[in-house]
Design a protein around this ligand. Structure first.
Ligand SMILES: [Zn+2]
Length: 356
């Protein structure tokens, strides 16, 4: 495993559902430590400040630390655990998967279950089983056993999955690439910019609580007060069976993505064009995505104070919002190259010209 693979493994295997980002934050502090000084907002967003050759502009790079997960909602007398989702889960991806309950006494492992198919009628078997019919089974036979294991209502529940390099060694499988791939880019962009130099101050921000409707982005923007913002995200690959090109043309390995539209933000068009021009100069392939059914931290950051020129850059992932998403190393490396060059261009005059 090289440095990037180790970073992606450490970040994606860390447990961090919304409101419970401490483990991810600790990994990030360890990796970011050489590249700046830290600040933190009061709901958990971590800011790493790296001063370059000028005090302004303030360039905010933002990636969210949290991943989609669950919370313990109710302990049944028979020892099964009902849960509520934190973030957007598709019912079909859950049954048979493992999860970790983060209790005050340590980790408790369980599996998502429902009524076994053998005991269903033919009609029942054809229906999608919804989350509300499911439970987490930790192997207990009574509520007392669940409580003895340390489980409390309100405990965070994290999907359990490990990082793997696949048969094509440029493709990686793991949970939580949304948005630990952005967190990894944050670390390596700050490292690259420290070596290359930059005409601004970089605020590398790992935000808390994005997946439940962005929250940490608001408090972090208050702390940073950015002049310009680049959001580092995972994006949705459309190169799977059943998706038409007009629905998504994003393919694994064909370049980082530039989000031209999402449900809650239109990017600053001059900043968008600066991204396109910079990619061309570097020979970095770029893909364009429009996401009608989603939004990012950018939705809050671009509305900070009187407005902040903002754009979202992504690394495509297949099977996002499940225990096992897939990304491509070329997209990651090209995103890093593009980000580093962009930050190097964002001087006072360039940023001022974005909104004149
Ligand atoms: Zn995300």
């Amino acid at each position: 495993m090289d440095q990037t693979e180790q970073l992606l493994k450490d970040l994606t295997e860390a447990h961090g559902v919304p409101g419970y980002e401490a483990e991810v934050r600790a990994v990030l502090r360890r990796y970011l430590e050489p590249w700046g000084t830290f600040e933190q907002d009061k709901i958990g967003s971590l800011v790493c400040v790296q001063t370059g050759q000028a005090e302004r502009p303030r360039v905010m790079l933002a990636a969210h630390m949290d991943e989609i997960g669950f919370m313990v909602r109710h302990i049944m007398p028979e020892g099964f655990i009902k849960f509520l989702p934190l973030g957007g889960w598709f019912d079909q991806v859950l049954l048979g998967q493992r999860a970790v309950i983060k209790t005050h006494r340590g980790d408790v492992v369980g599996v998502f279950g429902a009524r076994p198919p053998h005991l269903l009628t033919n009609d029942e078997r054809k229906k999608v089983i919804e989350k509300k019919e499911m439970y987490i089974d930790i192997g207990a036979t009574s509520a007392a056993e669940v409580e003895a294991a340390g489980v409390r209502v309100g405990d965070p529940v994290v999907p359990l999955a490990d990082f793997r390099i696949l048969a094509n060694p440029k493709t990686y499988l793991s949970k939580a690439f949304d948005d630990r791939v952005g967190c990894a880019l944050l670390v390596q962009t700050l490292a690259a910019c420290a070596h290359a130099g930059h005409p601004n101050v970089i605020y590398g921000v790992a935000t808390a609580m994005e997946e439940i409707g962005p929250r940490g982005a608001r408090t972090a923007a208050e702390l940073v007060d950015p002049d310009v913002a680049l959001i580092l995200e995972s994006d949705i690959a459309g190169d799977v069976p059943g998706i038409k090109a007009e629905e998504s043309s994003i393919k694994l390995g064909k370049g980082p993505t530039l989000v031209v539209y999402d449900a809650r933000m239109i990017p600053n068009l001059r900043l968008r064009d600066l991204v396109i021009d910079t990619a061309r100069e570097l020979g970095v392939p770029l893909q364009f995505s429009a996401i009608e059914g989603g939004a990012t931290d950018g939705s809050l950051i671009h509305l900070h104070k009187t407005g902040v020129p903002t754009v979202v850059l992504g690394v495509a992932a297949r099977h996002i919002h499940s225990h096992s998403a897939i990304i491509h190393r070329d997209d990651y490396d090209n995103a890093l190259k593009l980000l580093t060059a962009l930050v190097g261009k964002l001087d006072q005059a360039t940023v001022a010209a974005l909104t004149q």
